[in-house]
Write a protein that binds this ligand. Structure first.
Ligand code: NAP
Length: 305
């Protein structure tokens, strides 16, 4: 495949950046990849794993001269990193981020980016509950969606080029406006995480069911909540603090539905429960048909896992 960007800089070297580095190497669509992470431990691990070609001592050094700079740090850290790299960015370079929230990140980054630099925010809808450089793998983005959220007036050629890059990493791209992005992600990702965190917290509080029983019988549904609730606390704290409007809106809707189901249980309204669960089952079928999950029993874990 032809080279899309001669030099790419990844700021932050965790799950997403590590996977991007490995996927870029697999695709062969970039020249040199530089990288920077906050702690020496992460920088050393990233070097050992060969996630990028050259580890730098600070974000500005990594970004200087790069044709594409991607910020892969927690949402709450994006603004400070943009401020640090702003002065060294090459004219004509593209700056992007992979933050799970878009409006707050755009507000935090845009003021620090100089004229002549193309800012194209993205959000790869792919991840696991693991974090850090060791968690990265080249296939993470294969057949997953990358949402591309350019501001109005962004150079179309810069947006097309970034989409070509994400396609080369294995992803499909879809453009979205920023408000819609934050709402969609509240529904499909942010609130499900909040519910998982809550459910695991509830089980932990519920003394009549012993901890041993919770762990032993967790395959009855709880286990999948625990997987999601093991996600990185920094990342998720930042997501909720920075997507307030949409997450509070969806949480409000969720609470209303929950009250309706609670009422159906109390009043013995089996039809309501049956219809509701039939509808949700259809949604699950749609996800499998779209190739976004496996139909295998127990989520494809197999008997030994
Ligand atoms: P991660 O594995 O925890 O990695 C975060 C990286 O950011 C680490 O290298 C960390 O460095 C660095 N970092 C943390 N705070 C920093 C700061 N204040 N200044 C500079 N660097 C800092 O996280 P991730 O899962 O890759 O997530 C990165 C971004 O992608 C987040 O914005 C997240 O919202 C978004 N995202 C995540 C997922 C997901 O499922 N995980 C999916 C899509 C998008 P140290 O290790 O040295 O502290």
């Amino acid at each position: 495949m032809a080279v899309i960007y001669d030099r790419v800089a990844l700021i932050g070297l965790g799950l997403i950046a590590g996977s991007m580095g490995l996927a870029m190497k697999r695709a062969g669509v970039t020249g040199e990849i530089t990288g920077y992470a906050r702690t020496e431990k992460t920088r050393e691990t990233a070097a050992r794993l060969g996630l990028v070609d050259r580890i730098c001592d600070n974000a500005a050094e990594a970004a200087e001269g790069a044709d594409l700079v991607v910020l892969c740090v927690p949402v709450g850290a994006m603004g400070a990193v943009a401020e640090e790299i702003g002065p060294v960015l090459k004219p004509g370079a593209t700056v992007s981020d992979v933050g799970s929230v878009k409006q707050a990140v755009i507000d935090a980054m845009a003021p620090h980016l100089p004229e002549g630099v193309h800012f194209v925010p993205t959000h790869p809808m792919a991840g696991t509950e693991h974090s850090g450089p060791e968690a990265g793998f080249a296939e993470l983005f294969d057949n997953r969606w990358c949402l591309v959220v350019p501001e109005e007036g962004t150079d179309p050629a810069a947006v097309d080029r970034l989409e070509d890059f994400w396609h080369a990493l294995g992803a499909n791209c879809e453009r979205m406006d920023v408000e819609h992005h934050d709402l969609v992600c509240a529904v499909v990702s942010h609130i499900p995480h909040m519910i998982a965190y809550t459910m695991v917290g509830v089980a932990d509080d519920f003394r009549r069911v012993s901890e041993q029983e919770v762990i032993k019988f967790s395959a009855a549904g709880f286990r999948d909540f625990t997987r999601i609730a093991a996600s990185d606390p920094t990342m998720w704290r930042d997501v909720f603090l920075n997507n307030k409007t949409a997450t509070l809106e969806i949480l409000g809707r969720f609470t209303e539905e929950l009250f309706a189901l609670q009422r159906a249980i109390r009043t013995g309204d089996g039809d309501h429960l049956f219809d509701y669960f039939t509808h949700t089952r259809d949604i699950r079928r749609g996800i499998i048909e779209a190739g976004q999950d496996t139909d295998a029993p127990d989520f494809g874990r197999g008997p030994k896992r």
